[in-house]
Design a binder for this molecule. Structure first.
Ligand code: GLU
Length: 428
């Protein structure tokens, strides 16, 4: 982690070690912290005993290594005691900010995922449920693949068919809505809640949203709602969390705590002290949950924009079994893309239309360019979000590749992804 001049001065000292830096007649003592990849190679960073980090320029400096790094403190947590009347929930860890924190003793970022650690960090969870945890993997959500979705779906089904009253999946926020909607399609006969939760600010920062989100997620996991949902901050302040249907939610801001919004739908509910559910939703019931993890991975999500090259689409027609177009406005494409779309139909590649506007429904009957696309067999994606249509098409093509069957399934709402009527108040 330390390079060049800094590495030379540090010698044997490693991140987490206690060191003393002597420079210009002064001495600085503390724990050697990691250096960001983008940092220069002329400063070492130490955490002083008063908690502040300082950077010391290394020219003419000397470093003494006082003591090796201590063991990460996380191993020391006692087993939490849960009250037997509380329902049992499973929290599955998959990675992202919510599942990790900086260990200030060693400076390392490490997954924090035993029940003991979680309860130590968020003690209020024990008032909600008996928590069991399992770390499935620890990856940033930009690195999630359909293989990970399958593994998460199977593990969730296993937990729900075991003792879990509900399951919480801790996940990075960037691609959380893809994984959540994949599970919404894959989990058949869902009889219990499955809650995706993440955090926009890590738990070691005072502004972290991790605790409120986790507590709210645990409450929803004990509720009557038998759907796959995302539970995240409803406002930028620590007030309430919103419950979003997995197939209707999207991350709409790169950093705000209330980044998640339901699109073309209202949230399913809100969590403050208690869980409040509104509108119509699937209720908890009895019965075995089944994960249908068949997915056709040769599906592309293709954005349409002025100047888009037909070669790109021709390439997709050659390589893929399904293409979701993010068309302009009501669902249009420039004329240069039409030959590739026609060839897709001839070669049995399913093409689904969604819109770059995200809000609203595609309507390809209004303009002649749209009608032409309908005549070419393009399937209207109604008011589905483009990425939800992408995940759904993978799922549907995993079940059948017969055009009429694919069309029928794409036009039908399988997991709440299509709303029958567009609500005026769902645009806010
Ligand atoms: N970009 C990472 C992810 O989505 C970390 C940020 C987060 O957890 O939201 O996994």
């Amino acid at each position: 982690m330390y390079r060049g001049e800094a590495a030379k001065v540090l010698g044997e000292a490693r991140v987490g070690d206690r060191i003393r830096v002597l420079k210009g007649g002064r001495s600085y003592e503390g724990i050697l912290m990691p250096r960001s990849e983008l940092g220069d190679d002329r400063h070492v960073v130490i955490k002083l005993d008063n908690g502040y980090n300082i950077g010391v320029e290394v020219s003419n400096a000397r470093v003494e290594r006082l003591a090796p790094a201590e063991e990460p403190y996380s191993r020391a947590f006692p087993e939490p005691e849960f009250s037997p009347e509380k329902p049992e929930i499973t929290i599955l860890g998959t990675g992202g900010t919510i599942a990790s924190k900086i260990d200030y003793k060693t400076g390392a970022v490490h997954p924090s995922f035993t029940a003991a650690e979680i309860i130590n960090a968020v003690p209020e969870l024990a008032d909600v449920a008996r928590v069991k945890t399992k770390l499935l993997f620890n990856i940033l959500s930009e690195n999630m693949t359909p293989e990970h979705w399958k593994k998460i779906a199977s593990e969730v089904a296993k937990e729900l068919n075991g003792d879990a009253y509900g399951v919480v999946v801790a996940h990075g926020t960037d691609t959380m809505s893809f994984t959540a909607s994949a599970l919404a399609f894959m989990l058949k006969n869902l009889t219990k809640p499955v809650i995706f939760v993440g955090s926009q600010r890590s738990s070691d920062r005072p502004s972290s949203d991790a605790a409120l989100n986790l507590i709210a997620a645990a409450k929803v996991a004990c509720s009557e709602l038998a759907e796959v949902v995302v539970v995240m901050h409803a406002q930028s302040s620590d007030t309430t969390c919103a419950i979003h249907r997995a197939t209707k939610v999207r991350k709409m801001h790169s950093s705000r705590r209330d980044a998640f919004k339901s699109i073309n739908a209202l949230p399913l509910g809100e969590v403050g002290e208690d869980v409040r559910l509104f509108g119509s939703y699937r209720r908890r019931s009895e019965g075995e949950v089944y994960a249908d993890t068949r997915l056709e991975e040769r599906v592309a999500l293709f954005k349409v924009y002025p100047g888009v090259s037909e070669e790109l689409l021709e390439y997709c027609v050659d390589r893929y079994k399904g293409i979701v177009l993010e068309g302009t406005g009501l669902g249009h494409v420039p004329e240069n893309l039409l030959p590739a779309i026609e060839r897709a139909r001839e070669e049995g590649v399913a093409v689904v239309m969604t819109t770059t506007t995200l809000y609203g429904r595609v309507d390809m009957k209004v303009y002649s360019t749209g009608r032409r696309l309908l005549n070419l067999g393009v399937i209207p994606g109604e008011d589905m979000l483009p990425e939800v249509a992408y995940v759904k098409l993978m799922h549907v093509l995993g079940i059948t590749q017969n055009y009429e069957e694919v069309r029928g399934l794409m036009l039908r709402s399988l997991a709440g992804e299509i709303t029958e009527r567009s609500l005026a108040d769902a645009f806010y």
